[in-house]
Design a protein around this ligand. Structure first.
Ligand code: NDP
Length: 471
């Protein structure tokens, strides 16, 4: 038995089957997590379907108020949730860690409460009145990853309920505890059944994508799993928003001041230990500034204290799980074996915990795994280039297209090059900033649809036109 419960129809529900959640900083068990059975998933979906009838009919004010109350409740419980998040996710309490994530979650929830779905008048004259409204879809299934579980949980749930849907959410088995607790806290602001949360391993996500009474899936995670979600959702023709992986290129032009851009590049590459979908994952540097920039990047990267995230001094935690750790170390070893030069990091501690310091590698090229594959960890390949057209082709040459960035002292020149990147967001002299009023999404295999702002809210609705003839 576990202290943590599933949240079904407003109640905490337990399960006799559990699995252990591991603290990646020391490999010890944090707690047991309940495993939802298929029957419990069905109960959650049916609670959401029943709640949809009343929640979708509630006034706009009630829905906005609930979102505002959720924002306040997250703020009230931020410290408790941040500690739990650090224990199971590994990210530090400080820096861009757990407290930052909770602040973001509360901020996004608050902003979402202010969004609205006004009725659009297409025509209103002597001949006809044609109005376009946006209606909620029904029960939304939210499938979450382990990198920013609480922030992404808010990104999934808040626009869904703000627009009148009800939700069944499923955290990643690597980080379920803080999400279950957050769902419990959110439920204090909502009628029973509007938000349900089930946890488990393996089959649960697939059961959700196949479930006939879930009408939409919002999924954040890897490209291969996104493709599976799309495939198994097709039988019931679910609406989909897929926010998938990226392999974002950053292009440094010949006119930068290396000391000025180095901190922003390190931040963009190693936000959340590099475990961010739109982190900078391939850095192309013009040959004229390559060596000096490498020096400055090394200085910045070496200055970041690494260790257990519960220690208030640390700003880098472990990689979140063993699978991911093995993947990142594998890419590092492969690059080294193929002539990659280690500028800093790489000295992987032989102690419990999945730690790897910020690692920069040069003497690497496209075609090597470290460049072509998404590392999703504290490992950045730096590729020297001489021709901007050639580098644009390389930046656009992969199946991914989430973000990208251009770094230069001339923002007009940089903006022009940025507009040629095939990606959802192209940044200039920064990489990664997002905001609740700015739509965010990927092109090509990095996703379908957008999140945030009015455009993100629209993804949780279908259009209905009421067309009245007056003649
Ligand atoms: P996955 O994409 O496999 O998992 C994300 C979520 O999907 C989890 O909740 C998982 O739960 C669920 N899931 C897995 N299979 C299915 C399925 N067939 N149908 C429905 N849901 C499913 O990510 P991983 O945790 O395995 O990480 C693998 C790689 O993904 C990483 O190395 C990284 O490159 C990338 N990644 C990208 C993220 C992003 O933000 N874009 C976030 C996290 C990872 P369960 O495992 O219980 O099935």
């Amino acid at each position: 038995m576990s202290d943590y419960g599933l949240i079904i129809n407003g109640k905490k529900v337990f399960s006799n089957n559990t699995f252990s959640v591991i603290n990646p900083a020391n490999e010890r068990v944090v707690a047991e997590c309940p495993i939802a059975s298929k029957e419990q998933l069905n109960e959650a979906v049916s609670a959401a379907a029943i709640a949809f009838k009343t929640w979708s009919a509630e006034s706009d004010n009630i829905k906005a108020e609930a979102c505002g109350n959720i924002s306040a409740a997250i703020t009230e419980h931020a410290e408790e949730l941040a500690h739990l998040l650090t224990l199971e996710q590994g990210k530090p309490l400080n820096g861009a860690g757990s407290r930052f994530e909770l602040g973001g979650a509360a901020g996004w929830a608050g902003y979402t409460s202010t969004l609205s779905l006004p009725v659009k008048t297409i025509q209103d004259d002597d001949n006809a009145r044609i109005l376009q409204t946006r209606k909620p879809i029904g029960v939304v299934g939210s499938i979450l990853p382990w990198n920013w579980p609480l922030m992404i949980g808010v990104w999934h749930v808040l626009p869904a309920i703000r627009s009148g849907n009800t939700v069944v959410m499923k955290p990643s088995p690597y980080t379920p505890l803080s999400t279950l607790r957050m769902a419990e806290i959110m439920n204090e602001c909502l009628p029973p059944g509007v938000l349900n949360c089930v946890a488990g391993e393996d089959e649960l996500g697939q059961w959700m994508t196949e479930h006939p009474d879930i009408q939409k899936i919002i999924f954040t995670g890897s490209i291969p799993t996104g493709k599976r979600v799309m495939s198994s959702s097709s039988a019931t023709l679910k609406r989909l928003t897929l926010e998938l992986g990226g392999n974002d290129a950053g292009i440094v032009l010949d006119d930068v001041d290396p000391a000025t851009v180095a901190p922003g590049i390190i931040e963009g590459a190693f936000l959340n230990n590099g475990q961010t979908c739109a982190a900078l994952k391939r850095l192309y540097v013009h040959e004229s500034v390559h060596d000096e920039l490498c020096e400055k990047l090394t200085e910045v990267a070496n200055a970041v204290p690494m260790g257990d995230g519960l220690n208030e001094d640390n700003l880098q935690g472990p990689i979140q799980n063993k699978m991911q750790y093995d993947k990142v170390v594998g890419l590092y070893e492969d690059a080294k074996a193929n002539g990659g030069k280690v500028l800093c990091g790489g000295n992987i501690p032989d102690e419990p915990g999945y730690f790897m310091p910020y690692t920069l590698m040069t003497n690497v090229t496209d075609g090597m795994r470290i460049v072509d594959e998404e590392q999703f960890g504290p490992l950045l390949p730096i590729i020297k280039y001489s021709d901007i057209n050639d580098v644009l082709e390389k930046a656009n040459g992969l199946e991914t297209g989430l973000g990208g960035s251009v770094w230069s002292s001339d923002i007009e020149r940089a903006s022009d090059i940025a507009s040629k990147l095939e990606c959802g967001t192209a940044w200039v002299n920064q990489h990664g900033p997002i905001a609740p009023n700015v739509p965010f999404g990927g092109v090509k295999c990095s996703g379908i649809g957008v999140e945030f702002a009015e455009e993100g809210l629209h993804e949780y609705t279908t259009i209905q036109v009421v067309n009245v003839t007056k003649v």
